[in-house]
Design a protein around this ligand. Structure first.
Ligand code: ATP
Length: 230
């Protein structure tokens, strides 16, 4: 579905990614773990056109897409749930969800399906999105991304600032989404959660892949070494 080959990324003169080789196949849920500053967010931003990348370094459904405008990449079937949720503060829950339908593609996701996935959002649909709890805001951010009917969903740190019980609730939604045939890449600092929900994982360290493999077979020691470089 999506692959990168030797992907490099820069902020001005500062290099953030040093040749990332990555692959996610249709229907897979792949996790990316790694310490602060390892380059995980930069990688997701490069995939969706928010950070510049050479055209051939990223292929989506067989086509080179590196450096395309974010709107064009969304139209081709990729959506991002950004770090920190980024809801529109003046809009209600439902209006926030509808913003995701601006670049709507044909597919199963609509308001009714999002409310089935997260019933609490139906109850609160007329409230300002930012008046909800952190976990509920995260549900809105996921729902908004689903409203464009992406084939590939990218999620950046879904667990950020949330209590463990809320994190479990949010993550319980992911298999329901991928069961419908969607592919997902989740960036996650919570290694245990990342390992539980994903089929494969990558660990980034200082802008490089330090470990990749089946999530069920990588050991705690391997992760510790790949994460901290010890
Ligand atoms: P975190 O979990 O803290 O978000 P991360 O793994 O997502 O970490 P990135 O945010 O991708 O890491 O950062 C990778 C590197 O790029 C870091 O050295 C960071 O300081 C740098 N960086 C990130 N964003 C910018 C920016 N807008 N301008 C300059 N440098 C940046």
């Amino acid at each position: 579905m999506l692959s990168t080959h030797g992907l490099q990324a820069f902020y001005g003169d500062a290099q953030a990614l040093f040749g990332i080789d990555f692959e996610v196949e249709a229907g897979e849920l792949v996790a990316i773990i790694g310490a602060n500053g390892a380059g995980k967010s930069t990688f997701l931003k490069a995939l969706c056109g928010l950070v510049k990348a050479p055209r051939d370094a990223i292929r989506f459904k067989g086509e080179p897409v590196g450096g395309l405008a974010p709107g064009e990449i969304v139209r081709r079937g990729l959506a991002l749930v950004p770090e920190g949720r980024r809801l529109f503060p003046s809009l209600s829950v439902e209006e926030n969800l509808l913003m995701g339908a601006n670049s709507r593609r044909a597919g199963p996701w609509n308001l009714r399906r999002v409310y089935e996935l997260f019933p609490v959002l139906l109850e609160k649909r007329r409230q300002p999105g930012t008046s909800l709890s952190g976990g509920q805001q995260q549900m809105v951010a996921i729902g908004r991304a689903l409203m464009s009917n992406p084939e590939l969903l990218l999620c950046d740190e879904l667990s950020l600032g949330l209590a463990p019980i809320v994190i479990r609730e949010i993550y319980a939604a992911l298999p329901k989404i991928t069961q419908e045939g969607m592919t997902a890449v989740v960036v996650e600092q919570d290694v245990q959660m990342a390992q539980q929900v994903s089929q494969r994982l990558y660990c980034f360290q200082e802008g490089k892949v330090s470990l990749s493999g089946a999530s069920s077979s990588v050991t705690r020691e391997q992760v510790a070494r790949a994460y901290f470089g010890v």
